[in-house]
Design a protein around this ligand. Structure first.
Ligand SMILES: [Mg+2]
Length: 288
């Protein structure tokens, strides 16, 4: 019987504004054109959207090109600049949730995770991420040369690929072990021995990439919440309707995690409810 709760977040447009756009803007790249190119030039040719955006990004790297001789270290330093851009209520939410859980039952723990289709090197530069998150996953890029320059894709996290990391969290497979053993995820672990059951998870995300995670949690009667930006365009709004219409998420909210705001209070309530039911199970020995 597990006494650990996992709250799992998408990164871009869920915790912070889209970090790829912020990176491109920093180098003066037209982001509308970039995403238009991603879809019209590559996705319509059969590219997976995640691989398409990374390929276009890498095409902009190099001497005399818009992103210059960019490397992972520079992405890391750029990630550090995102700390001031996290949505309202972050990082206070994390300490609040830990307090809520401890007040319900000292034996229950809560952990925070990020599963993102964005760049791991950017996410890992944030001190908020390093201070509060038990684990985080993102696309990884290789580099070559001295000094090193980004050269290729090591790891891409696409749509259903996101659920792979939910299963890593579920099975308690450590990040470092999974990095060097990609098949560790296929290790058989009986459901009763898994570190964090999917029933103990809560997922928050904003887009099509998150739908497989929403659906996986829904199949286990676990809660997901959608995040949307009220100023987004119509095409994006269609994806929000898609989330709610098929009951993939409980509800969708603007990204404000403060205690007195919709999303902020709802997550606190969802964690409190989950912790109470785990506490009851711990006290009575009742297992579903
Ligand atoms: Mg997102």
């Amino acid at each position: 019987m597990s006494n650990i709760i996992a709250v799992i977040f998408d990164f871009d447009d869920t915790l912070v504004p889209d970090s790829t756009n912020l990176l491109l803007e920093k180098f003066g790249v037209d982001t509308n054109q970039f995403w238009k190119d991603t879809y019209t030039k590559l996705v319509t040719k059969g590219y997976d959207p995640t691989l398409a955006y990374i390929k276009l990004l890498l095409d902009l790297v190099g001497e005399g090109k818009p992103l210059g001789e960019l490397n992972n270290q520079q992405l890391n330093e750029f990630g550090a600049t995102l700390d001031s851009l996290f949505y309202p209520g972050i990082p206070e939410l994390f300490d609040d949730l830990k307090t809520i859980v401890k007040e319900i039952n000292e034996l229950i723990a809560i952990e925070f995770y990020i599963i993102s289709g964005g760049l791991h090197a950017i996410i890992s530069g944030s001190s908020i991420v390093n201070d509060y998150f038990y684990g985080f996953y993102g696309c990884m890029l290789d580099e070559e040369g001295d000094p090193p320059i980004l050269s290729g894709i090591k790891r891409a996290i696409t749509y259903t690929e996101k659920t792979r990391y939910i299963f890593e969290i579920n099975k308690g497979i450590r990040y470092r072990d999974a990095l060097v053993d990609p098949f560790a995820i296929n290790t058989f672990i009986p459901p009763s021995e898994r570190r964090i059951p999917i029933e103990n998870m809560i997922y928050l995300g904003d887009g099509y990439n998150d739908v497989p995670c929403f659906s996986l949690l829904a199949a286990h009667k676990a809660s997901s919440f959608g995040v949307f930006s009220p100023e987004d365009n119509k095409r994006a709004q269609h994806s929000y309707i898609n989330m709610v219409q098929y009951h993939r998420v409980q509800s969708i909210h603007a990204p404000n995690f403060e205690e007195d705001q919709d999303l902020g209070s709802l997550i606190r309530m969802a964690v409190s409810t989950l912790a109470s039911s785990i506490s009851l199970r711990l006290q009575t020995g009742y297992i579903r």
